[in-house]
Design a protein around this ligand. Structure first.
Ligand code: ATP
Ligand code: MG
Ligand code: MG
Ligand code: MG
Length: 480
């Protein structure tokens, strides 16, 4: 089943259950001071759950573009190393705003997975909230347990603690227990070798969580206590790429048609041979993953920049560029060439990618050229720092020099050090960064003319885009 079909069937299934199909909200959040990027399908419906506004439709479904690279959900370090955490991914979801509750949510999830998608029932596990003996003193979610017991054998129902099976939006507000659905994608032969308790192994890398059904039934008050919500809500989220992996009968999200066109193109451009060498494979996966995050952000109007969300995007792109440079020997811009392939496979579901294809390509290409021009020298410096280091901790002021002169984001320096068995003195870096900010603040009090738009003959140093509008590209330069 193609990924396009997987997405369509999800939405159509819930449409047949009287849900309204809505658009993904932008991945880049412009109106929420608490969140830079959408990290779950429910973000755009927050106000309904909080009771601040009323939903027009009580049942909705969509696929939401998510990015998990900062804050509570930060999966960046996993990406590429494992085969099922991405920076940018799609979260399929269905919602009930004060309408249906656990019974329908559980039955429909099961019906969709086993009858519509035809997933083998014997490969599925579910989890139920076990209760807590802390201040909340919550009982186990008996209602969900009983509902599941009518569907799956009791030994496939796993009890989970607060960390995995109780969802809260924040310190206050709607919250409740959840049930997760996991798929065991180990081969028959592999399963035959194991038995009993070890069969139910949620920590195994081939037993993958695909869907989370959240039952919002409490409200956490300002004093920390819980009260029953007058209206109970359903909020579900299923990882689209993981679902495609299961349905396309492969063991890695990167072997689905969501990623293979990108991987083939990386192979063609760089000559890399995916699937033969672990370091190369990680690099290929990182690049295939990161180009999606960057392209979708630019399509949503967020260009790489030196601050806020723009800097997050710049960091992701620079990380991908360095993986290419070090492991695939790419010395020239090439990531921008993947945008076309991405547009071909995702453009139908997300037209914004196709509409802004040229801009996305140009921005990525310039960003690559700019970083590549200093990357090699930076790596040479870092190498000499490592060679002369007397301990396994590297001085933060060196990381600052790399950041300031060579454009190395701090997490990139940390990553490279980690690869070489060293760690970074992060406090030292922060101190140097603060000292620089203080200096430039003092300087700007005397000189207000720090910024200027490019003129023909002035000597310039390119320092990045400074525009929030994807359609307006304003390139800023600093006098040097
Ligand atoms: P995990 O335990 O695998 O990190 P999670 O519990 O953090 O997942 P949820 O917040 O419950 O994930 O999100 C709902 C669904 O979104 C998950 O069941 C999973 O299928 C998918 N998902 C979560 N994080 C990622 C990611 N980084 N990349 C791809 N899919 C993801
Ligand atoms: Mg997670
Ligand atoms: Mg989880
Ligand atoms: Mg989960």
């Amino acid at each position: 089943m193609t990924s396009q079909k997987v997405r369509e069937q999800f939405l159509n299934f819930f449409k047949s259950k009287e849900h309204k199909i809505v658009q993904s909200a932008p991945m880049v959040m412009k109106n929420d001071p608490t969140l830079m990027f959408a990290n779950a399908g429910m973000n755009q419906f927050k106000e309904f759950f909080l009771g601040n506004s009323k939903a027009k439709s009580k049942r909705v479904t969509d696929t939401q573009k998510c990015l998990r690279v900062s804050g509570k959900h930060n999966d960046l370090e996993e990406v590429g190393k494992d085969t099922y955490h991405h920076t940018m991914f799609e979260m399929l979801g269905n919602w009930s705003f004060g309408d249906y509750f656990k019974k329908e949510a559980i039955h429909w999830a099961w019906e969709l997975l086993t009858e519509v998608y035809g997933i083998d029932k014997n490969s599925l596990y579910v989890s139920v909230f076990e209760g807590s003996d802390d201040a909340d003193n919550l009982k186990m979610d008996q209602e969900a347990f009983d509902l599941w017991k009518g569907i799956v054998p009791a030994d496939r129902i796993i009890m989970g603690d607060k960390k995995d099976n109780f969802w809260e939006m924040g310190d206050q507000g709607p919250c409740g227990p959840c049930s997760e659905i996991h798929v065991d994608i180990r081969s028959k032969e592999e399963k035959a070798k194991i038995s009993g308790a070890s069969l139910v192994n949620q920590d195994h890398p081939l037993v993958v969580e695909i869907w989370n059904l959240v039952f919002m039934q409490y409200n956490r008050k300002a004093n920390g206590s819980l009260e029953d919500l007058p209206n109970k809500h359903i909020d579900t989220g299923m990882g689209f790429e993981r679902l495609c992996m299961v349905l396309q009968d492969v063991k890695s999200n990167y072997d689905t048609d969501v990623f293979t066109p990108l991987i083939r193109e990386i192979e063609t451009i760089t000559g890399a041979d995916y699937g033969k060498d672990q370091e190369i494979d990680i690099a290929v996966r990182v690049i295939a993953d990161h180009v999606r995050a960057v392209a979708f952000s630019i399509a949503d109007g967020q260009l790489p920049s030196n601050t806020g969300a723009g800097y997050v995007i710049r960091r992701i792109l620079r990380r991908a560029i360095r993986y290419g440079f070090t492991f695939l020997d790419t010395k020239k811009p090439f990531i921008y060439r993947l945008v076309k392939v991405l547009g071909e496979s995702m453009g139908q579901a997300f037209p914004e990618l196709k509409q802004q294809y040229q801009l996305i390509e140009n921005v990525i290409k310039e960003e690559e050229a700019s970083f590549l021009s200093t990357l090699e020298q930076g790596l040479i410096l870092l190498d000499s720092v490592i060679k002369s280091a007397k301990t396994k901790t590297i001085d933060g002021s060196k990381a600052f020099e790399l950041y300031d002169t060579f454009g190395f984001p701090i997490d990139l320096t940390s990553l490279i050090l980690e690869e070489r068995g060293y760690e970074l003195d992060v406090d030292g870096f922060e101190k140097a960064l603060k000292a620089q900010k203080d200096r430039s603040r003092a300087a700007s009090e005397t000189s207000k003319e720090d910024w200027t738009v490019l003129t023909e003959d002035a000597e310039q140093e390119f320092i990045g885009y400074d525009s929030l509008e994807a359609t307006v590209k304003l390139v800023k330069y600093r006098k040097v």
